[in-house]
Ligand binder design. Structure first.
Ligand code: PMP
Length: 354
């Protein structure tokens, strides 16, 4: 059976080479006569995987020794509470959040359990169709939290504000997809299951100097410092997702790094947005200037064409095009591993819908 054109929002497409190599490692890892699934995480072969998986992130992001890289369980959703646990002061703690979508709102909900949360900008009343830009964040806040890419609504922050406090970013759905100055952030987190690897592991990149100032007692498993002290092996890490993530990042590095990925992602997004803009049957949900390069959420303007369109893209071998259940319509996720040929197939189907 031939490979489908996979537009899934996550878990999602990864490079074919990663599937191949990780399948091999499940059968025989590094030629040691054992599966990666049956060896100790303390074995020399796996420790080497973890060390390189941490090092490659810093290389790709151009970050120095002041940052630490962790691979944790619990998904990006656990970071919604680990961030305030570790960064919000125990007394009179206060954080600023940008409310740009469902996941940002999830982070806000958890942070409210720890202290005061001020929403400095929100597009909720306009169905999250844009990124608020007109706000300032002063030094009275323990940190500012934003979501770089809104996976459901298809909006993306094109630039980041200068704030007078720490800057924390949920990059789950656009990490490693574009060139940005990663050193402007004090903490970055991302569930792996889009541009990085399979579900089951979350990347955290944290500036060491920001930890240990809250006066809170933090349970060890939720304490970044404990994970740093144990080099991301405080407890048994999700070994297979970490390995597949390493393979994905090695594939990225080998293929020109983030800059080359960005150029490919821009070309894919341009192709699809141009079709949406020129085809009278389709429109996006969001404002043009905030359109995401990763998740293109769009809808049919003539609902009577739905059955025909759905049948046509399925017949063309396309998978994962339905929009998120909360928004409806369609969503084409154009993650790093999606080839431009898949976008060409989709655009052809859209052009042929009359
Ligand atoms: N943040 C963003 C931007 C997301 O897209 C998602 C999931 N798609 C999450 C957080 C939640 O991630 P997880 O399922 O790993 O908890």
């Amino acid at each position: 059976m031939s490979k489908k054109h996979n537009f899934s929002a996550g878990p999602c497409i990864l490079p074919q080479e990663v599937f191949q190599k990780s399948a091999e490692a499940i059968l025989d890892f590094n030629g040691i006569g054992l599966s990666i699934l049956e060896i100790s995480h303390r074995s020399k072969d796996f420790v080497a995987v973890m060390d390189e998986a941490r090092a490659i992130v810093k290389r790709l992001m151009n970050l120095g020794d002041d940052y630490e890289v962790l691979y944790l369980g619990g998904g990006a959703s656990l970071q919604f509470l680990m961030v305030p646990y570790n960064l919000m002061r125990a007394e009179n703690g206060k954080a600023a959040y940008l409310d740009t979508g469902t996941w940002a709102a999830g982070a806000i909900k958890e942070a409210k359990n720890f202290g005061t949360v001020d929403i400095v900008g929100s597009s909720k009343e306009q169905k999250y169709s844009f990124i608020p830009k007109d706000y300032t964040v002063g030094s009275e806040y323990d940190y500012f939290h934003c979501t770089s890419n809104n996976t459901i609504y298809g909006t993306q922050m094109k630039s980041f504000p200068k704030v007078d406090t720490l800057m924390v970013c949920d990059m789950s759905s656009d990490i490693f997809s574009r060139v940005i100055d990663y050193s402007q952030f004090d903490l970055i987190y991302a569930g792996a299951q889009k541009n990085m690897g399979p579900a089951g592991v979350t990347l955290v990149v944290v500036k060491k100097s920001i930890l240990g100032h809250t006066g809170r007692t933090i349970p060890s498993i939720l304490n970044y410092q404990c994970h740093i002290d144990k080099e991301s092996m405080y407890n048994t890490p999700p070994v297979f997702p970490v390995y597949a993530t390493l393979l994905t990042l090695q594939h990225l590095e080998k293929n020109g790094g983030i800059a080359a990925a960005e150029a490919r992602n821009e070309a894919k997004a341009k192709l699809l947005y141009e079709e949406i803009d020129s085809n009278p049957l389709f429109e996006t949900f969001c404002q043009k200037e905030d359109r995401s390069l990763m998740n293109v959420s769009f809808q049919l303007l003539d609902e009577s064409k739905k059955d025909e369109f759905d049948a046509a893209w399925k017949a063309a071998g396309i998978s994962g095009l339905n929009g998120h259940r909360s928004l409806g319509g369609y969503r084409a996720s154009l993650y790093n591993a999606l080839p431009i040929e898949s976008v060409q197939v989709l655009v052809e189907v859209m052009k042929n819908l009359k």
